[in-house]
Design a protein around this ligand. Structure first.
Ligand code: SF4
Length: 350
């Protein structure tokens, strides 16, 4: 992109075009990262956005975030590059160097990976620095000053990350030292209140600013428990294992075996579509109810248990017996099962 300037020379003037300096923005789709983009555009930068997908913040998870982030990028008039962190993210989550937060969220390691991806893009397009919508003190794990410094070091970006909303409160960055940006044009926002950001959204004409809080499943305590259990019991979880965490009621039966019960029709369909060759699917034969899945090394020894719990969540009478169909790759059985009593199975619930 170019900026046009009128330059006066000897009583005449000519139009000179100057290439705009490039900046890479980590775009989450939230209000803060949009404001950061607007602030840099206002200061004459050509902003190019990078959005990061992980298995735990999947744009196609049904919440429409992928569509939304594309729309946000269009509204902001920026190019959007989407980067998927898959296997490397799972590897990191096995042993996050800086630990996890209240859920199973490895925010510091995660942010460092995101900035590394943004750095690649910065190098590719010859951008000057990276911006993000981080606000000092807004999030307990990754947005206090020492964490921000750690993230810069880990991503090898010391001095190259500008957080426009809070930069007035943070140490001077390279672009400031080089005169590319000026401190008086940067924000001094701190903490969790969104008052300043909502005023800025009005100023920049950002309509329907999204609510605070992202779509990261790892910060959700209930999901965090299931993810922690999976990582504790599986050497390297697959995307299928992780997708299964997003649906159903989960039960840990032993070190190597788990059981998941669908909660509605959609989940039942998803469970069927995720079944692998060694998994066993169960369903009440004569009543409306869940599809359940047994996965792991010792599935055979839990079939009766799984059948009676599957029956418990179906419309079958709670005090009787009914048939449950269990199907694996090579076998199909009809099991006459008792409807399980809650005290019998609830201790296995994750
Ligand atoms: S909330 Fe989730 S996506 Fe955001 S930094 Fe933490 S782990 Fe990463």
């Amino acid at each position: 992109m170019y900026d046009a300037k009128f330059v006066y020379t000897n009583f005449s003037f000519e139009i000179v075009t100057e290439e705009k300096k490039k900046v890479v923005a980590l775009l989450s789709g939230g209000l803060d990262s949009q404001l950061a983009v607007r602030m840099m555009q206002e200061q004459g930068f050509d902003v190019s956005a990078v959005a990061i997908k992980t298995p735990f913040c999947d744009f196609d998870c049904g919440r429409g975030c992928g569509f939304e982030i594309r729309e946000r990028a269009d509204d902001l008039n920026v190019n959007l590059k989407t980067v998927y962190l898959g296997d490397e993210y799972i590897e990191m989550l096995k042993h996050p160097k800086y630990g996890t937060g209240a859920g199973f969220n490895p925010c510091i390691d995660c942010r460092a990976m995101m900035f590394e991806a943004a750095k690649k893009h910065m190098d590719e397009i010859g951008a000057e620095f990276i911006i993000s919508g981080e606000v000092l003190g807004q999030r307990p794990m990754s947005q206090h000053a020492p964490a921000l410094r750690t993230i810069e070091k880990e991503s090898d970006l010391v001095g190259k990350i500008v957080r426009p909303l809070s930069a007035g409160l943070l140490p001077e960055t390279d672009p400031e030292k080089e005169g590319l940006i000026r401190r008086e044009n940067l924000g001094m926002i701190k903490g969790r209140t969104r008052k300043n950001q909502l005023e800025m959204a009005k100023k920049y004409g950002i309509e329907n600013p999204p609510n605070a809080g992202g779509g990261c499943l790892l910060t959700d305590p209930a999901f965090g428990l299931k993810a922690k259990d999976l990582f504790e019991h599986t050497q390297t979880p697959t995307i299928n294992d992780i997708d299964l965490l997003k649906i159903g009621r989960h039960f840990r039966l032993d070190e190597e075996t788990k059981f998941v019960v669908g909660r509605n029709k959609d989940e039942n369909e998803m469970i069927k579509s995720m079944a692998l060759s060694d998994d066993i699917l169960l369903e009440a034969r004569d009543y409306v109810g869940p599809v359940s899945i047994l996965r792991g090394k010792n599935t055979a020894q839990y079939i009766k248990f799984a059948a009676s719990v599957t029956l418990r969540y179906s419309d079958a009478p709670k005090d009787g017996q009914a048939f449950v169909v269990s199907s694996g790759e090579k076998s199909k059985l009809e099991i006459l099962a008792d409807c399980a009593k809650e005290e019998y199975y609830i201790k296995f619930r994750i």
